[in-house]
Every structure is written in structure tokens, then in C-alpha cells.
Write a protein of this length. Structure first.
Length: 168
């Protein structure tokens, strides 16, 4: 890779030679940080009803997806190359039926006291919960789609708080 001095001075994950690196956060203070991410899973109304009523061939779809999301947040540094392993202190995954979608909205919140944020952990939790929901329900419907995985909010850290703007 050739040296890219413009990017290496502005992108924290590049060293002076333009090589990918894990950011050194050792000089930062540990602060309380929290992030919430969302994923939407769209399906046919009858699939939504079957999942809500517990009529899925694979069993309890929502509990399995919730647990998968929690487990995924704890494994983020093993999945995303430059993420730091973090001392996660709270993971909450809520799966809410949204009949007008139709489907489910998954909200994953991760909280820590550490030197770096948990945005990737929240996004990973929401994503894996959505993928697990699909896996558990694909016998009911193959055309389920996973949509709009995004960060809703984050607090703490040098960059300050972030709140996603409402959709127009």
C-alpha cells in the first residue's frame, strides 16, 4: 500500500504509512458510554402473526433472536477486525412487533465504562438478532427482508452525543 498522508492524518484507523491499525485508546479516560442501534425485519402479516403466537416450526423465534443479539454484542471484536475487546456491562435487545411494517423492530442497547464507544457492538447485536429472526422464521417465509440497520443514538466519548434525526 502506498503512503497516503492526507488520510493518515484524518483517519484514526490508518498509521503514518496508510496501513490499517487498531487505534490506541490507552491515553483516554474510561467513561460511561452507551449506544442504541435498530434493525427492521419485514415479512408477510401471516408470518408476523405466526411468530407472535408461537407457531414457528423452529420454536421460540423472538427469545432465540434476543439471546443471539446479546451474544453477538459480546463477540464484536472477534467479528470486526479493528474493534477493541470491551468490558461490556449491559446489553439489552428488545424485539417489538410492528403490524404496519409488517414485521419486527429490533432495538439493541449496549453500555460500558471504557475508553472507547460501543456503536459497533449495538449494530452487531441488532444485525445478528435480525439474522437469527430470519433463520428461525425462514420455514414460514423465505421472502423476509432485513432493513434499515442503523445507529439510533450514542452517548459519551470525545465526539459527544449523537441522536439520529427522525425520518421525514
Amino acid at each position: 500500500m502506498t503512503k497516503n498522508s492526507e488520510n493518515s492524518s484524518t483517519l484514526s484507523h490508518l498509521d503514518a504509512q496508510g496501513q490499517a491499525q487498531m487505534v490506541d485508546v490507552s491515553a483516554k479516560s474510561a467513561t460511561i458510554r452507551q449506544a442504541t442501534a435498530i434493525a427492521r425485519v419485514r415479512m408477510k402479516p401471516e408470518t408476523l402473526l405466526a411468530i407472535e403466537s408461537g407457531n414457528s416450526p423452529k420454536g421460540d423465534v423472538l427469545s432465540t433472536a434476543r439471546i443471539a443479539g446479546i451474544m453477538a454484542a459480546k463477540q464484536t471484536s472477534n467479528l470486526i477486525p479493528l474493534c477493541h475487546p470491551l468490558p461490556i456491562q449491559k446489553v439489552e435487545v428488545n424485539i417489538i412487533a410492528v403490524p404496519e411494517l409488517p414485521g419486527f423492530e429490533i432495538q439493541a442497547t449496549v453500555k460500558i465504562k471504557a475508553e472507547t464507544g460501543v456503536e459497533m457492538e449495538a449494530l452487531t447485536a441488532a444485525s445478528i438478532a435480525a439474522l437469527t429472526l430470519y433463520d428461525m422464521a425462514k420455514a414460514l417465509e423465505k421472502s423476509i427482508t432485513i432493513e434499515q440497520i442503523c445507529l439510533l443514538s450514542k452517548t459519551g466519548g470525545k465526539s459527544g452525543d449523537y441522536q439520529q434525526s427522525p425520518n421525514p
